[in-house]
Ligand binder design. Structure first.
Ligand code: FA5
Length: 337
């Protein structure tokens, strides 16, 4: 029995097998316990002999199990350590880092450019009142030009702003006609436009406003020309087309020539060769008056540009929807290293 038990201990290759051996030989139902239990039935002479023998066997088996257990544990630890070895010489895995969205970068670039021309940067709410979005801009309730900007209404009086122009009215109202103002305002705007390659129902605008004594149309042209040259390079052309906005008189729209040049020459990237990027004009006297300025004393210009279209032109992006569908492979191309 002893030999058999010791052999089993020897053969055990895992802690589980070893435990099975312990239960089988030393457990309550094991043969050694049986022998010890049966001592009562033995004669007086036999008892000490058998007892000593059984205890000796039990001791030896237990000892063998303990030492085997220590051996298995050491081997397992060894194995685990070998498996978990860290090779400190391997190059690290780079942690992916974020970066500004292309539109954010463009807006910041435009901000810098206008700050350089003395404009300050302001903000206004995206959820706007009908008054500031339309009425204060010379667009009363049933004015047909409201159709130019199909609107997401929240209630009769509250809406998602359709342009950044309400910030003009807000800013002038705050100043109450007491001094000049020269500001730009970037922000998101919303329209019930059908999404296509150049239209999105949510897009970005940057408003510009300069009100002072003796501001003229030529000042507007000069500022826009400077902006276009700095943004796109000296070789790009701009054109101003007469247009209509109820809050400016006269009104213009500015297009930029739309060319893609590569090693084989240049081709126009839109059928007409021009892309419209902003609307502008001289602030309507009625708008100045509503905001508390005396139009006899003050005049001003305003413009509203679309940075989405500007980014498309500058980086040759063929579809405005790329900016909003957030495919990380698209966005990553524009992250600065
Ligand atoms: C306006 O929103 C006027 N508030 C601009 C303005 C301000 C005129 C101050 C005069 C004085 P318009 O609807 O044309 O105008 O939009 C201005 C620019 O926003 C456009 O030139 C275009 O670049 C961009 N834009 C307009 N609709 C969309 C659209 N659905 N998706 C992307 N860009 C658009």
């Amino acid at each position: 029995l002893e030999k058999e038990a010791l052999q089993k201990v020897e053969d055990a290759s895992s802690l589980k097998e070893l435990q099975d051996v312990r239960v089988a030989y030393l457990g309550k139902k094991g043969p050694i316990t049986e022998v010890l239990k049966g001592m009562g039935k033995l004669s007086k002479e036999e008892r000490p002999v058998i007892g000593e023998l059984a205890n000796k066997v039990r001791g030896q088996v237990a000892e063998a199990i303990d030492s085997k257990k220590a051996g298995i544990e050491a081997a397992e630890l060894e194995k685990q350590l070998a498996e978990e070895t860290i090779d400190v010489t391997l190059p690290g895995r780079p942690i992916p880092t974020g970066g500004p969205h292309l539109l954010t970068s463009i807006v910041e670039e435009i901000e810098d450019l206008f700050i350089g021309m003395g404009f300050e940067v302001r903000e206004g709410p995206e959820v706007e009142t009908d008054y500031y979005n339309f009425e204060a801009l010379n667009l009363p309730k049933d004015h047909p030009a409201r159709d130019m900007q199909d609107t997401f209404y929240i209630t009769d009086e509250i809406l998602m702003r359709t342009h950044t122009s309400p910030v003009q009215a807000r800013t002038m109202n705050m100043i109450k006609g007491e001094r000049s103002v020269k500001m730009i305002c970037p922000g998101k705007v919303y329209r019930r436009d059908t999404d296509d390659a150049t239209h999105s129902h949510q897009f970005t605008q940057i408003e510009g406003l300069y009100v002072d004594k003796n501001v003229r149309m030529s000042d507007l042209k000069g500022v826009l020309d400077r902006f276009a040259k700095q943004m796109f390079g000296e070789d790009r052309e701009i054109r101003l087309r007469p247009s209509f906005f109820p809050f400016t008189e006269p009104s213009v729209e500015m297009d930029i020539s739309c060319k893609v040049c590569n090693g084989e020459g240049c081709s126009v990237c839109k059928r007409t060769g021009w892309i419209e990027i902003l609307g502008a004009g001289m602030v309507h006297p009625r708008v100045l008056k509503m905001a508390g300025y005396d139009p006899e004393e003050y005049s001003g210009f305003a413009f509203g540009m679309g940075p989405d279209r500007i980014a498309m032109l500058k980086y040759g992006v063929d579809d405005i929807r790329h900016f909003y569908t957030n495919d990380i492979r698209f966005l990553k191309q524009y992250h600065q290293a």
